[in-house]
Design a protein around this ligand. Structure first.
Ligand code: DX5
Ligand code: ZN
Length: 227
C-alpha cells in the first residue's frame, strides 16, 4: 500500500455500521465516493462490551477492495492477532496500550510483519502513553468516544486532545498519521481537522446515509471549511 503521507486527508468508513447483508455493495459505494481506507473495528467482549469481527472479515474485505484495511483492535492481548491479521490482509494494525503490557515490543512486531503500527488512546488515557513510543508509531488514534459502539456522540474535549497530539507528533519530528475515531459527522469533522487530525473514521454518519458515497464526499468537503 502507499502510506498516504503524500498529504491531504483520509476518510475511513467503519464497516461496523455497514449493513452486513449488503457488505459488497456498501464497500463499492464508499470506495466510489472516494473512501481512502476501510476501518475494521475488532471487539472481543472484554476490552469493550461488544463483540464483532475477526480475521474472516479482514479476508472478506481484502477480496472486495484493494484499499488499505485500517484494523482497530479493541481487544485484550492484541499481540495474539498480529500474525493472523497480517496474513488476512490487514494494512494498519492499531491497538490500545491499556489492553496489553509490552507496547513497544508489539508495535515493532506489527511493523516487522509489514503493517503500519498504530496506537489508540481512550478519552481518559493520557498522550504520555504515546509519547514514550512515538518513534515506533505510524499512526496515533485519538478516540473521541469511549469505544465499543458506533453512533455515539463526539466528546468535545477531543479537539483539544487532537491539538496536543499534533504538537506531540510535530515536536518529535514524527510522520505518524493522526486519526480520530468516534462521532465524526458533518457537524464535528471540520473542528477535528482544524485541530490537526488528518485521518477520519466515520461509521454511522456514512452508513445510515441514503447515499454513503455522497456522504464520504460531503465529509471530505467539510474538512476544508474554515472553523
Ligand atoms: C467505536 C469504534 C468506531 C466506530 C465509529 O468503538 O472504534 O470506529 O465504528 O462509529 P461512529 O462514526 O458511528 O461513531
Ligand atoms: Zn474504530
Amino acid at each position: 500500500m502507499t502510506n498516504g503521507r503524500e498529504g491531504g486527508i483520509r476518510i475511513a468508513p467503519s464497516v461496523l455500521s455497514a449493513d452486513l447483508g449488503r457488505l459488497a455493495e456498501q464497500v463499492r459505494q464508499v470506495v466510489a465516493g472516494g473512501a481512502d481506507w476501510l476501518h475494521v473495528d475488532v471487539m472481543d467482549g472484554r476490552f469493550v462490551p461488544n463483540l464483532t469481527f475477526g480475521a474472516g472479515m479482514i479476508e472478506a474485505l481484502r477480496k472486495l477492495t484493494d484499499k488499505p484495511l485500517d484494523v482497530h483492535l479493541m481487544v485484550v492481548e492484541p499481540e495474539r492477532y498480529i500474525e493472523p491479521f497480517a496474513a488476512a490482509g490487514a494494512s494498519v494494525f492499531t491497538f490500545h496500550p491499556e489492553a496489553t503490557t509490552h507496547v513497544q515490543r508489539h508495535l515493532a512486531a506489527v511493523r516487522g510483519r509489514g503493517m503500519l503500527a498504530g496506537l489508540a488512546l481512550n478519552p481518559g488515557s493520557p498522550l504520555a502513553l504515546a509519547a514514550e513510543v512515538i518513534a515506533d508509531l505510524d499512526l496515533l488514534l485519538v478516540m473521541a468516544v469511549n469505544p465499543g459502539f458506533g453512533g455515539q456522540t463526539y466528546l468535545p474535549a477531543s479537539d483539544d486532545k487532537i491539538r496536543r497530539a499534533r504538537e506531540l507528533i510535530g515536536a518529535h519530528g514524527s510522520r505518524a498519521f493522526l486519526e480520530v475515531d468516534g462521532g465524526i459527522t458533518r457537524q464535528t469533522i471540520a473542528a477535528a481537522h482544524a485541530a490537526g487530525a488528518d485521518t477520519f473514521v466515520t461509521g454511522n454518519a456514512v452508513f445510515t446515509s441514503a447515499d454513503p458515497g455522497h456522504e464520504v464526499q460531503e465529509l471530505r468537503r467539510r474538512c476544508l471549511v474554515t472553523v
